[in-house]
Ligand binder design. Structure first.
Ligand SMILES: *Cc1c(COP(=O)(O)O)cnc(C)c1O
Length: 378
C-alpha cells in the first residue's frame, strides 16, 4: 500500500467484538485468562495492549520496519534505547541534538559510565577519530533544532555499518512522511510522537522503531522491564492524529516555504534557516534525502534584545510557546526557552545567537500568517 493509504489503514482492523471501525480505547490494566496459561494475546497492559498494538503496527508500516514500541514520551524512547548500552560503552552523538537528548545522554555518561562524544556529524571525515573498540553506536538527529542543519544519513549509516556500529536516527522533525531513515540504512528510529505524528498538541508520546528481529525483541523487553510504555488513551490520540499526517505535512510545508521566502526578503531579517531555500548550505542534501523540507523555520533578526522582544510579543496568531508540530503556529526564543539549558557559550559555538527566533509553522491560512509576521516585524 502507499504511505498515505497506510496512514489510514495500517494496524487498524474493524474491532472483533462489535465491528467498531475505529480502534477502541482498551482502557484496562489487565485481561482475563481463558484458562490456566491461556490468554487472548494480552495479559497486562505494561506488557501489551490492543490499542497500543494498533498504533505500533501503524508506526512500523509508516517507517517501513519490523518492530515498533509506543512509549510515554520522546524522552522515554531515548531513555529506553540507552538501556541497550552498558558501562564502558561509547556512543557518538550529533552535537546539535535536541536539548533533552544532550541532557539525558550526559546523565548516562555521569551515572552509568557510558561515554558520549558530542561531535559535528556534518564533518564525516572527523568521525573516525572518535571510534575505538568500545564504540557501539552513532546517534543522528536531522534536521537539527533550531538551525535546521542536516546530517547525511546514508553516509553516516554506511560508516557505522562498516565498523559494526548501531545507527540511531531521531526522525521527529520531519515525520516518516518526509524522511525514511530505514531506507537510508538506520537500525533504530526514535520519535517524539508529541510533534507531527500526533500533530494536535494534545498528547505527549514517543516511539521506538527497529528493523531486526533481535533488536525488536530487545526493545520490547526493555519497554516492559522499564515500564516506559504509552497509555491506551494517548495511543488512541496519536493513532487518530496519524490519519491526517499527509495532508497536514503538505500544508505545514507549503506554509513554511511561503514564510521562509517572506522572511528572506524582509530587511529586518539577517538570515533565514530553512532547508527548502536554495541559499541553505545543504539544500541539495535536503532534496536527496527528504521528501520535503518540513514545517520548521528559524531566522536571525537584525538588532538586539529590544527587536527580538518586539517580535516575540508582537505576533497575534503565532503563540509564544515551546514544542512544535501542531496544527497551530508557534513562535519561540531558543536562547531563553528551548535552548536555555544549553548555556550561552555552547549556544554561540553552535551558532544559536540571542537574535535567533524559531517558528513552528501551523496549517492556518498562509496569508494570515505572513500578515501576522509582517505586523510584528514592523
Ligand atoms: C520534543 C523532542 C524530543 C522529546 O520528546 P518529548 O515527547 O517532549 O519527550 C526528542 N527529540 C526531538 C527532536 C524533539 O523535538
Amino acid at each position: 500500500m502507499s504511505f498515505q493509504t497506510d496512514t489510514i489503514h495500517a494496524g487498524v482492523a474493524p474491532d472483533k467484538a462489535y465491528g467498531a471501525i475505529m480502534t477502541p480505547i482498551y482502557q484496562s490494566s489487565t485481561f482475563v485468562f481463558e484458562d490456566i496459561g491461556k490468554h487472548r494475546g494480552f495479559d497486562y497492559t505494561r506488557s501489551g495492549n490492543p490499542t497500543r498494538k494498533a498504533l505500533e503496527d501503524s508506526l512500523a508500516a509508516l517507517e517501513g520496519c519490523s518492530g515498533a514500541v509506543a512509549v510515554t514520551t520522546g524522552m522515554a524512547a531515548i531513555a529506553t534505547v540507552m538501556h541497550l548500552f552498558a558501562a564502558g560503552d561509547e556512543i557518538i552523538c550529533t552535537d546539535d541534538c535536541y536539548g533533552g537528548t544532550a541532557r539525558l545522554l550526559s546523565t548516562f555518561a555521569e551515572h552509568f559510565n557510558v561515554c558520549v562524544h558530542f561531535i559535528n556529524l556534518r564533518n564525516i571525515e572527523d568521525i573516525g577519530g572518535y571510534v575505538n573498540e568500545k564504540t557501539r553506536a552513532i546517534w543522528i538527529e536531522t534536521p537539527s533544532n533550531p538551525l535546521l542543519n542536516l546530517v547525511d544519513i546514508a553516509a553516516v549509516t554506511a560508516f557505522a555499518k562498516e565498523r559494526g556500529l548501531l545507527s540511531i536516527v531521531d526522525n521527529t522533525f520531519l515525520s516518516p512522511y518526509l524522511q525514511q531513515p530505514f531506507k537510508l540504512g538506520a537500525d533504530v528510529v526514535v520519535h517524539s510522537t508529541t510533534k507531527y505524528l500526533n500533530g494536535h498538541s494534545d498528547v505527549v508520546g514517543g516511539a521506538i522503531l527497529s528493523n531486526d528481529p533481535d533488536l525488536d525483541q530487545k526493545l520490547k523487553f526493555l519497554v516492559n522491564a522499564l515500564g516506559t510504555c504509552a497509555q491506551p488513551f494517548d495511543c488512541w490520540l496519536v493513532l487518530r492524529g496519524i490519519k491526517t499526517l499527509v495532508p497536514r505535512m503538505k500544508e505545514h510545508e507549503r506554509n513554511a516555504r511561503i514564510i521562509a521566502e517572506f522572511l528572506d526578503s524582509h530587511p529586518k531579517v539577517k538570515r533565514v534557516f530553512y532547508p527548502g531555500l536554495e541559499s541553505h548550505p545543504q539544500h541539495d542534501l535536503a532534496k536527496r534525502q527528504q521528501r520535503g523540507f518540513g514545517g520548521m523555520v528559524s531566522f536571525e533578526l537584525e538588532g538586539g534584545q529590544a527587536e527580538v522582544e518586539q517580535v516575540l510579543r508582537g505576533t497575534r496568531i503565532f503563540a509564544l510557546a515551546e514544542s512544535l508540530g501542531g496544527v497551530e503556529s508557534l513562535i519561540e526564543h531558543p536562547a531563553t526557552m528551548s535552548h536555555a539549558s544549553m548555556g550561552s557559550e555552547h549556544r554561540l559555538v553552535a551558532g544559536i545567537t540571542d537574535s535567533v527566533i524559531r517558528l513552528s509553522v501551523g496549517i492556518e491560512d498562509p496569508e494570515d500568517l505572513v500578515a501576522d509576521l509582517r505586523q510584528a516585524l514592523a
